[in-house]
Design a protein around this ligand. Structure first.
Ligand code: B12
Ligand code: SF4
Ligand code: SF4
Length: 316
């Protein structure tokens, strides 16, 4: 069902006060610091990860005749896939295991203000790098979700060995509950900072308004031209600070198309020829990218981005 499963006690984090273009993020930092502010009954957390790294279309992603989407956008929206699986997990848990009744729980995969990278680190070890992503033993191309529960941690530990650990995909190469990274490779690397095309990484900050992940998926309105000029042939999402990362080189875990379909139900190409994109109608756009994160972009922004790139390409 998942590539990674771990458990953690519910705990608190110290997060900085932030002022970003994402008002919903600024306003929920205090809740993210302590999940008990939302769910006072919370005692433990089950944290899961779905891997999605792959080499599909890799040879052509920088070819000027194509525009590219990031790897998490090639598959079905994880906000939908992970909660569905977690609901199934809860049903299986209540059918198979005797639990003190009633167990309260809340499923999350970006749905509630929960600091998921922090919980992943508590439950599975690993490290958050200078690129602001959590690196597991499978690298950072892992999407996260989990369940906050009222189960005592000591009970959950027993459930881990008898039940939860058996839900890890047989082909997931990582079977241990904790990753052994002790120190960070970042001290001698900094490649993500140098590679970021919009200079969004300014440790300790990620300048969200400059991040292509934000500009394409979250920003309301067309992307400012000065930033589009730096986006090369990127259409949606961005993987650059992960593609160059030493932790991902170390992990070298790539899924085949068959494994991706098994995990997410659908895979679309990573690269799209500009002649196809230029011709795409509104209906064509929603059909081609149905169910994937790309439709968060909306058609008007998609059209603007394609037109901008086509003009830039002719000029260069
Ligand atoms: C908001 C958000 C975004 C925003 C902002 C990203 C961010 N780092 O905050 C935007 C839209 C830009 C974004 C982009 C992406 N995201 Co996002 N995002 C989130 C979300 C919803 C919340 C993250 C959060 O809590 N931010 C709050 C800040 C405080 O957290 P932080 O950056 O980790 O802050 C630390 C440091 O920055 C530092 N710090 C920050 N400011 C300051 C200031 C001072 C003074 C100091 C001392 C320290 C400091 O301290 C903080 C605590 O350690 C999570 C899901 C979730 N619910 O957790 C997904 C999540 C982090 N995103 C995810 C993904 C996949 C992406 C993208 C790769 C998608 C893409 N391909 O385009 C990009 C990657 C961009 C990047 N390099 O981080 C995954 C990451 C999985 C993983 N392995 O880590 C998550 C966990 C979603 C999921 N459920 O799988 N994302
Ligand atoms: S690219 Fe280098 S500096 Fe950046 S997160 Fe990876 S190891 Fe750390
Ligand atoms: S996702 Fe792209 S734009 Fe955002 S910080 Fe990483 S490299 Fe920079």
């Amino acid at each position: 069902m998942f590539d990674l499963i771990g458990i953690a006690k519910v705990s608190t984090f110290r997060l900085p006060k932030i002022k970003t273009p994402l008002k919903w993020l600024n306003n929920t930092i205090r809740l993210r610091e302590d999940v008990k502010r939302l769910f006072p009954w919370a005692k433990s957390a089950i944290i899961v990860g779905l891997a999605y790294d792959n080499d599909i279309d890799a040879a052509l992603i920088y070819h000027p005749d194509y525009m590219s989407i990031s790897k998490y956008a090639m598959v079905r929206e994880y906000h939908k896939i992970i909660p569905k699986r977690l609901k199934k997990l809860i049903t299986m848990l209540s059918e198979n295991v005797k639990l003190e009744n009633p167990v309260r729980h809340k499923i999350h995969a970006d749905i509630f203000p929960i600091y998921e990278k922090g919980y992943a680190q508590k439950a599975l070890g690993g490290i958050t790098g200078l690129n602001h992503l959590w690196h597991s033993p499978l690298g950072s191309f892992v999407l996260l979700g989990g369940i906050i529960t009222s189960i005592k941690y000591s009970k959950l530990r027993k459930l881990y060995s008898s039940f939860l650990s058996k839900l890890i995909y047989p082909d997931s190469p990582f079977k241990h509950p904790r990753c052994a990274y002790q120190h960070t490779l970042c001290a001698s690397c900094k490649m993500c900072i140098a590679a970021c095309p919009t200079n969004a990484l300014k440790p300790p900050l990620l300048k969200i308004h400059r991040c292509i992940g934000y500009l394409t998926a979250e920003h309301k309105g067309k992307i400012p031209k000065a930033l589009q000029a730096k986006m090369k042939n990127i259409l949606f999402g961005c993987d650059i600070c992960q593609d160059v990362c030493l932790y991902n080189k170390l992990a070298s875990y790539k899924l085949t198309k068959r494994q991706l379909v098994e995990r997410f139900g659908k895979v679309i190409p990573r690269i799209w020829h500009i002649s196809v994109l230029k011709r795409m109608s509104v209906t064509g756009f929603y059909k081609a990218f149905a169910g994937t994160p790309v439709i968060r972009m909306r058609y008007y922004k998609f059209k603007d981005r394609v037109n901008f790139y086509v003009k830039q390409r002719t000029r260069d």
